[in-house]
Ligand binder design. Structure first.
Ligand code: 13P
Ligand code: SF4
Length: 304
């Protein structure tokens, strides 16, 4: 029996749903029940009535699923699938930062640990960060973490003054390397192609006028489906190209940087998914007191 057939059989047997992020390897995207961005997958995890959620993504996504739907068994097929950005701030560091800014509202990107979310007032993803920050009264001081490029983009879009919206100084090691120089070079080589970029990119603050659209990964997928352009430049992790090319075979999707590959998102393969279902591993648990405190910030995220 093929691995795919085994996974289908085990999914039925265990009453499981397989959720996959847009950056996963093509074989996993092709067999998943749902593929999408962080916000879409959080909502799907929250509303599923299956007993088991297999999360082909990274740890913070599986933790988010567990917090939003605590009675389900949540499995992360490869326990090494972390996120360098989520590791860039600990709950202790956040508590110290909060102590320096008493009364500030804490907005955490979903790419954070459950403990950091428990210290936060709001969570957001790349697709609703501007909306979430806009919903906070303009006179409130904000601590935004951990991605400084996303934070800078949100600050520009909402018109918040730098002294009232503080950014944690960290970035994603995959997107941070997409610099304004990379954009300038790609623009010169592909002058007709529109450029779409994820807001985690390191080019966000300086090269914004050169970017046609700043989008979450699902926003990029929608753009890819609808575009009539012969070529589109794509500034994000290259795993997304599989879905774009399948949805729109007439447009050429060119990565801004073919080396933009997230090792954590590539950690999971079909064997891991099969083993996760067969051996019930690796079970994601979040301490109930932490989950309780993190849930409020996450519920605000999925509602926004
Ligand atoms: P999206 O929410 O846009 O899918 O982004 C998640 C992520 O980890 C980007 O690096
Ligand atoms: Fe984390 Fe960056 Fe990988 Fe996204 S691409 S999961 S932010 S390391």
């Amino acid at each position: 029996m093929s691995l795919e057939a085994e996974i289908r059989r085990l999914k039925d047997e265990r009453d499981a749903v397989l959720l996959a992020h847009n950056y996963q390897i093509p074989e996993i995207q092709d067999i998943a029940d749902d593929v999408g961005d962080s916000l879409y997958l959080s909502r799907q995890a929250m509303r599923t009535d299956r007993k088991v959620i297999v999360f082909a993504g990274v740890r913070f996504m599986a933790e988010t699923a567990k917090i939003l739907n605590p009675t389900k068994t949540v499995l992360l097929p490869d326990p090494t699938a972390g996120c360098s950005l989520a590791d860039a701030i600990t709950a202790d560091q956040l508590r110290s930062w909060k102590a320096e800014h008493p009364g500030a509202v804490v907005v955490s990107y979903v790419n954070t640990s459950a403990e950091v979310k428990a210290e936060s007032d709001y969570c957001c993803t790349s697709s609703n960060a501007v909306r979430v920050v806009s919903s906070i009264p303009a006179d409130r001081e904000i601590l935004f973490l951990p991605d400084m490029f996303l934070g800078e983009y949100v600050r520009q879009q909402t018109g918040r003054a730098p002294h009232s919206m503080h950014l944690w100084p960290a970035d994603c090691h995959v997107h941070g390397r997409l610099r304004p120089e990379t954009i300038a070079r790609a623009r010169a080589e592909h002058p007709q192609a529109p450029l779409i970029a994820h807001p985690e990119c390191g080019c966000m603050s300086k090269a914004l006028p050169d970017v046609d659209r700043v989008l979450s990964t699902d926003g990029m997928i929608r753009f890819a489906k609808e575009t009539k352009a012969p070529e589109v430049l794509v500034a994000t992790e290259t795993g997304i190209l599989h879905r774009m090319r399948r949805l729109n075979p007439t447009t050429r999707f060119t990565p801004l940087d073919a080396g933009a590959i997230c090792p954590y998102m590539k950690a999971t393969d079909l064997t891991d998914v099969r083993d996760a279902l067969q051996l019930n591993r690796f079970v994601i648990d979040v301490r109930p007191d932490v989950a309780e405190r993190a849930r409020r910030a996450l519920e605000r995220m999925v509602a926004s």
